[in-house]
Design a protein around this ligand. Structure first.
Ligand code: ADP
Length: 172
């Protein structure tokens, strides 16, 4: 861990199992559920989560909205809408950074000390993993101090993502 920030960590896990103040969902703009991590979160949280999401009226790309975690061990779910990768010339980087920034703002509003992020947009939305992980780590490093969050976990679902995050966190 030499050279890495004590506030940022990597875990390899199913994000729905984490007992933490808030987990982030990689949602789509309708907020009405989807596949991947979104489907897993809705299955684990129970139907009340969908009912809560229905009241939010969708969410813009690059933004995020909060609901309780219901049956999840996490207290809150921040539903972030990442960009679909479309070659990189359509504000994908800025919109992905917006997701991380907004989630840390939501963490401040909801007094969360710990937040876990999946690798937003890197599944069905096809954002290149290494580029996305760099944006994730850089944006969290820039904004964590203002958020009051003391621990951010980058939750990797596979070995490749875990290794990329570990390399980024060990670089200053
Ligand atoms: P997107 O549509 O934003 O690309 P996906 O859910 O398809 O969202 O994928 C986002 C990332 O979440 C991928 O890196 C995928 O491997 C990961 N992922 C999928 N399921 C889980 C889970 N249960 N916990 C943590 N990460 C997950």
């Amino acid at each position: 861990m030499i050279g890495s920030s004590p506030q940022l960590a990597v875990v390899r896990a199913d994000i729905t199992t984490l007992a933490i103040d808030a987990i982030v969902n990689a949602a789509n703009g309708s907020l009405l559920g989807g596949g991947g991590v979104d489907g897993a979160i809705h299955r684990a949280a129970g139907r009340e989560l969908l009912a809560a999401c229905e009241k939010l009226g969708g969410c813009a790309t690059g933004d995020a909205k909060a609901t309780p975690g219901f049956k999840l061990p996490a207290k809150w779910v921040f539903h972030a809408v990442g960009p679909v990768w479309n070659g990189g010339g359509h504000q994908e980087d800025a919109r992905l950074a917006g997701c991380y920034r907004r989630c840390l703002e939501l963490a401040r509003e909801h007094a969360c000390a710990s937040v876990a992020f999946p690798a937003i947009s890197t599944g069905v939305y096809r954002f290149p993993l290494e580029r996305a992980a760099k944006i994730a780590v850089a944006t969290v490093r820039e904004t964590i101090a203002a958020s009051g969050v003391t621990r951010v976990v980058f939750c990797s679902f596979n070995e490749n993502a875990e290794e990329i995050y570990r390399d980024l966190l060990s670089a200053s």
